[in-house]
Design a protein around this ligand. Structure first.
Ligand SMILES: [Zn+2]
Length: 257
């Protein structure tokens, strides 16, 4: 099993388990309890948790695609008491959900407040989980945003419109700059190569691309990113109109490295 980076935090830790070609299953841990976000497959996640004697208490699902929910049923066999959080409008597509939620709802998990952000566009019921900065903690806010915001990119628009994606990205853009962004895929290098091909004179994009190439050569992840970093080098987040976002998305969809 490949092992990702380990982020030491005062109050909690978030670990990456890279799986399949470029998916990342994030594991959020406090003490001996763990919450898994979008488990594509179960085996590496199960092994990782069992090796550390961790108890899975919940699964957070951002949307219904197989490479996000595929491992959940099997994890539930091992930890049947784990809650599965998912969008209530996805009851058909994520039928094993036990805690149905929707945009703007709040709930508490492992003592941490979580806000649900509706960010439909990639799918029409895609949600994100935002963990605001807790009092008396120096932990930065965090967001698990699935396939909507990627480092230097955004998700493909399958069920929504360019307007939906524009609104979704701008909702994420309103989060504090220091918010750590836990995307579900490691696409950063390819996204930056594309951005660099469009704007070869943009030194921030070029510098980030060079840094990410070095990280990837060493087998390291480029994630998480932050909202402030995306404000600097993510063309989709920087788009000021729906039309601009739509044409960027179309260009990227047809771009060959
Ligand atoms: Zn997806």
């Amino acid at each position: 099993m490949q092992s990702g980076m380990f982020l030491e935090k005062n109050t909690y830790k978030i670990h990456a388990i890279p799986v399949l070609k470029d998916n990342i299953v994030w594991v959020w841990i406090i003490g001996k309890e763990a919450v898994v976000i979008d488990p594509s497959i179960s085996e590496p996640v199960k092994a990782w948790l069992q090796h550390r004697d961790l108890k899975l208490i919940a699964i957070l699902q951002t949307h219904h695609h197989e490479d996000h929910i595929g491992g959940s049923p099997d994890l539930l066999k091992e930890w049947p008491a784990a809650e599965v959080f998912a969008c209530k409008r996805d009851l058909q597509r994520i039928p094993f959900q036990t805690y149905s939620i929707d945009s703007e709802e709040k709930f508490s998990l492992m003592g941490q407040e979580i806000k649900v952000l509706g960010i439909a566009a990639h799918t029409n019921s895609h949600i994100a989980y935002y963990l605001p900065k807790a009092k008396e903690s120096d932990q930065n806010p965090s967001v698990f945003c699935g396939d909507t915001l990627f480092a230097a990119g955004c998700g493909r628009i399958f069920e929504g419109t360019a307007e939906d994606m524009f609104k979704a990205l701008q909702k994420l853009n309103k989060l504090p700059g220091e918010t750590e962004v836990f995307c579900a895929h490691e696409y950063t290098e390819s996204n930056l190569r594309w951005a660099n091909s469009l704007y070869p004179e943009d030194f921030k994009i070029k510098a980030r691309l060079d840094a990410v190439i070095k990280l990837r050569e060493k087998g390291q992840l480029s994630l998480p990113t932050t909202i402030s970093e995306e404000r600097e080098t993510n063309l989709f987040l920087k788009a000021t109109t729906i039309e601009e976002l739509a044409s960027l998305r179309l260009h990227k969809d047809n771009w060959k490295p």
